[in-house]
Design a protein around this ligand. Sequence first.
Ligand SMILES: CC(=O)N[C@H]1[C@H]([C@H](O)[C@H](O)CO)O[C@](O)(C(=O)O)C[C@@H]1O
Length: 318
Amino acid sequence: METLTSDTLGGTWGTVLLPIRDDESIDWARLEAELDALVAVGLDGLYAHGTAGEFHTLGEDEFDRVNALLAERCERHGLPFQIGAAHMSAQTCLARVARGRALRPGAIQVTLPDWLPLSRGEVVSFLSRVAAAADPVPLVLYNPPHAKTQVPADLYPMIRREVPAVIGIKVAGGDARWYAEMRRHAAGLAVFVAGHDLATGRRHGAAGSYSNIAALSPAGAMAWQRMMVARPDAALDVERRIHEFFAAHVRPLQRGGYASAALDKFLAHLGGWADIGTRVRWPYDSVDASLAVRLRPLARARLPELFPQDVGRPAAAR
Ligand SMILES: CC(=O)N[C@H]1[C@H]([C@H](O)[C@H](O)CO)O[C@](O)(C(=O)O)C[C@@H]1O
């Protein structure tokens, strides 16, 4: 597909989630069914191997096989896609970038290598070599709050200058002050923020989200995004109710220690749009699937805008 630029990279992107069997292998048939469901929704794009895609647990053969399925489906449907080539080891990341590049994704996402924190110069040196390996595919830097090396805002201008292939950053987001700092330092980069904050984020200049709301309901996330343009105040009201729902039903799980990939799978099971299940790979704990099932009616009652496919269907058929 065509490569993305900092101007064309934006909107609501859905993650590939891995259906995991009891023996911890990937259920490829269920993954293909999930991809079929995702490409039909009309998302701005799909990506594989973010945190939610459990990239940190994948063997190299699994990484390649997921990419091949994703690329084939997206090419067939003319849907933009990105490949996460992140790995805790810089060397493995570089090899993933080279193989991911061959599939011509719109962009490649990378994290900084883990274990030993990187200096400012090392961040630039890492990105420079990765950019050369990815060329002509551009890069998105994934720097969530749990990353070992936190990129300070004032390093972004140097990254822009030294590594123009970096077109976007995937970060958690923040308050008005944080956005002001980003506008100052990350100008020229597409800033991707948390899905559940996207209505506010867009007001402050965020370009889009690798979205947990798309994990909950891909069609709903797109309906909500259209609302952000057509009825911004209504979209903010949805955001307020999303926050309320998350505070009551997701935060407690987070406080209980579940990792974010487990929470995203829990959300997907709650949404019930594909047979993925809540299982995550060892050593991480999985949220009990029955909890998601119990919450389905409540989510639909509190957040009907996120379940547009329910409109006109009797409750019993949902
Ligand atoms: C709240 C939210 O949207 N979380 C999403 C995060 C953030 O977008 C990212 O951490 C940047 O903050 O990315 C993922 O982990 C990922 O790409 O796999 C999916 C997850 O649903």
